[in-house]
Design a protein around this ligand. Structure first.
Ligand code: DON
Length: 307
């Protein structure tokens, strides 16, 4: 293992000083309160060795990073039947785009764009009350992060509910095709709340370990999913994890990764480490600007690209 502490500290220091910080998301008003100066980076390996830099322990809104974990849960519940309701191709469109749905019979392109994640949430909800489904998701996050203190930021959830007209449009449109089966308000309520889970870089990097170690979570001491399923989730992260910035992320970083509009990115270096970076300013595709740059630097210095 390279001297990760030095690498992570160097990157955190350089990122702190950079003037180009991207733009903090404001379409969910509560997210606009995030501090554009914040920067955190945590790398954890299978032996539990941690290299942490900057704001490693400040909780932020995980937003779309939650979609990796809801996908994992839904696959555990219904297996490959999930792929009848959602595809696994990159969309080449923004994360909240609606146009493809009409051409493709209400089936979202993949589980990481908003429409796809809403369909996945609907699968988790089936047969449960929204409160139960949400509890299931939150407990899964707490277990994977090995930290029971993780909570949902109710202000962020309420803020998104008040302004989530586009997600409501996507959900209603999918309901018209039967892709959403539960009452739209229930499905959206669970979706808004799991996006509003607040976690730190350290907690998210811990939670992602099972993806870096073939489905086995080395710190929890549990097999979370099979090696085959972990490989497949990583493949979808690589091809779809950054929306229409996924190709550029693969080109520059070369790791499976999932971004969120809260400015976090969870990245997986198979067999090497689980990584989480956070910087709230976003690029034009809605992905963390400095987060991507920091990961590019990390991969350059560690040689961890999968290519
Ligand atoms: O539905 C939304 O718009 C947000 N809850 C999540 C979007 C998101 O994180 C996109 N990521 N870059």
């Amino acid at each position: 293992m390279p001297d990760l502490d030095t690498i992570v500290q160097d990157i955190a220091q350089e990122m702190r000083a950079r003037p180009d910080r991207g733009t903090v998301a404001s379409y969910i008003p509560e997210l606009a309160r995030a501090d554009a100066q914040a920067f955190g980076l945590v790398v954890i390996d299978g032996d539990g060795r941690v290299a942490a830099g900057g704001d490693a322990d400040i909780p932020f809104s995980i937003q779309s990073i939650s979609k990796v974990f809801t996908l994992t849960l839904a696959l555990g519940m219904v297996g490959d039947r999930l792929w009848r309701r959602v595809g696994r191709e990159p969309s080449g469109s923004p994360f909240n785009s609606i146009v493809q749905l009409e051409r493709e019979n209400g089936i979202p392109r993949n589980p990481f764009i908003n429409a796809g994640a809403i369909a996945v949430t609907d699968v988790i909800l089936s047969g449960h009350q929204p409160r139960e489904a949400l509890g299931e998701i939150l407990r899964f996050m707490q277990f994977l992060a090995q930290d029971d203190s993780i909570t949902i930021d109710e202000r962020v959830a309420a803020s998104e509910k008040r302004t989530g007209f586009r997600n409501a449009a996507l959900a209603n449109y999918m309901r018209s095709f039967g892709v959403i089966e539960n009452p739209v308000d229930y499905t959206l309520g669970v979706y808004f709340h799991h996006c509003a889970i607040a976690m730190s870089c350290r907690q998210l990097a811990t939670a992602g370990l099972f993806l870096a170690y073939s489905g086995h979570h080395p710190l929890a001491g549990h097999s979370v999913i099979s090696a085959e399923r972990a490989r497949r989730i990583n493949a979808i992260m690589l091809t779809c994890g950054h929306y229409d910035g996924s190709g550029d992320f693969a080109y520059r970083v070369g790791l499976p990764g999932k971004s969120g509009v809260g400015g976090g990115i969870l990245a997986v270096a198979p067999g090497k480490a689980s990584i989480c970076v956070w910087s709230p300013g976003l690029d034009a595709a809605g992905n963390s600007h400095l987060g991507r740059i920091a990961l590019e630097m990390l991969v350059k210095r560690t040689g961890w690209s999968i290519f």
